[in-house]
Write a protein that binds this ligand. Structure first.
Ligand SMILES: [Zn+2]
Ligand SMILES: [Zn+2]
Length: 237
């Protein structure tokens, strides 16, 4: 029996349930077509940091489309893949995973991110943004690691959640502006060993100013990685 047929049989016998509306779905992932269409897709965005761009700009060409702050600046990132905007119902999904511990959302969010990442540059390794051990004990899981596990499985990519650690528990970033977020993140991450991986994709649930991913990218590059991409589920405009 070949794989598509097996998939079909599986869908007929055990149809997936949409995590948003509870209806049965044959999409192969836990979201129905109607709910998928309702998601705030981040189609038109900066290729480096995924910041949504005004539709008035010229259509994407061969040349990378970049936002004002990435244009002409050397970014720590080679590419970003962030398929949704942090708006309803994507923000609800992030909350359900992060604060309500609803792991079923990790599966659908990871699958959606993996689907979006197929045309992206294929990294050698996925590294989820680490949480501090206090936060880990509080929640019992790291939402970025659960997403990375789903993506790694789907795309057959290795995941390493021990390469980097968060050494300092800092004030939650949501209360800070962009400049203070960068200051707040200084010295927060360290790597446990040198790393000769050529290309790492950092995995996170939400990207806001990028200060957290930048801080992590810096230590990964310092430890030997040459190229960093960011893959996240949702982007705050
Ligand atoms: Zn649905
Ligand atoms: Zn940008």
């Amino acid at each position: 029996m070949n794989f598509p047929l097996l998939h079909l049989v599986y869908n007929v016998l055990l149809p997936a349930t949409c995590t948003l509306c509870d209806s049965k779905t044959d999409t192969g992932i836990d979201i129905c077509r109607a709910c998928f269409d309702q998601l705030p897709h981040n189609h038109y965005c900066c290729t480096t940091c995924a910041l949504p761009l005004p539709q008035a700009l010229p259509a994407p060409t061969e040349k990378a489309l970049q936002c004002g702050s990435c244009l002409g600046n050397t970014s720590l990132f080679s590419e970003a893949c962030i398929p949704f905007l942090y708006r309803p119902p994507a923000d609800f999904m992030v909350h359900q995973l992060k604060f309500a511990g609803e792991r079923k959302f990790a599966r659908v969010m990871g699958e959606l991110l993996a689907q979006a990442a197929v045309p992206a540059m294929r990294p050698d390794l996925l590294v989820p943004v680490p949480v501090h051990s206090d936060r880990y004990l509080e929640r019992g899981f790291n939402q970025a690691s659960t997403l990375a596990a789903v993506i790694g499985k789907r795309l057959s990519l290795p995941v390493d959640d021990t390469l980097a650690q968060r050494t300092v528990a800092r004030q939650p970033q949501a209360e800070l502006n962009a400049r203070d977020r960068r200051i707040n993140m200084r010295g927060v991450f360290k790597t446990s060993r040198s790393c000769n991986t050529k290309h790492i994709a950092i995995i996170d649930d939400v990207l806001t100013t990028g200060a957290t991913c930048e801080a992590l990218a810096k230590v990964l590059k310092k430890s030997g990685c040459q190229k960093i991409s960011i893959w996240a589920f949702a982007r705050t405009p």
